[in-house]
Design a protein around this ligand. Structure first.
Ligand SMILES: [Fe+2]
Ligand SMILES: [Fe+2]
Length: 150
């Protein structure tokens, strides 16, 4: 589980961000979206036999979220702040990897085989991505008094 390696670091940073007076106006908006996805991922991980339904509930809004990030959110942040281009590209690559893992899960389910391991891998990829994305972007978002400033 890659997420276990960064979890502590992420949670410590989260506590600091949440004390920032701009939290509710900017960074917290991204956190709020991510929280829904995290809830789904934890559900999957705690189950020894997660259902297709719980997997689909987790993934339902993720394509939309990733598309908005790739097309609007990341370019907007890059225009406003001097964010490392390579770091943003890594996040975009994560979106592709996560999409591919979802396809893998669906292929396994289509063959009526057990997709538990692939679903767990998906959840780990997602949790790791969400934490890394926040660790890169939150320091910039916290400089904004509104998410609409992009
Ligand atoms: Fe993302
Ligand atoms: Fe995101």
């Amino acid at each position: 589980m890659e997420y276990e390696h960064i979890r502590e670091q992420y949670e410590a940073q989260l506590k600091t961000w949440q004390q920032n007076p701009n939290w509710n106006r900017s960074a917290g908006v991204l956190f709020h979206f991510h929280s829904g996805f995290r809830g789904g991922a934890y559900q999957i991980l705690k189950s020894d036999n997660p259902t297709r339904r719980s997997f689909e509930q987790m993934t339902a809004h993720i394509h939309f979220h990733h598309t908005i990030e790739d097309e609007e959110f990341f370019p907007g942040l890059q225009r406003k702040f001097n964010i490392d281009k390579k770091a943003i590209e890594k996040l975009e690559k994560d979106h592709v990897t996560i999409g591919n893992k979802e396809k893998e899960v669906h292929d396994i389910l289509y063959k009526k085989e057990n997709a538990t391991q692939a679903m767990h891998e998906y959840a780990d990829l997602l949790l790791t991505h969400l934490a890394k994305e926040e660790m890169l972007l939150m320091p910039f978002l916290l400089q904004m008094r509104s998410i609409h400033d992009l």
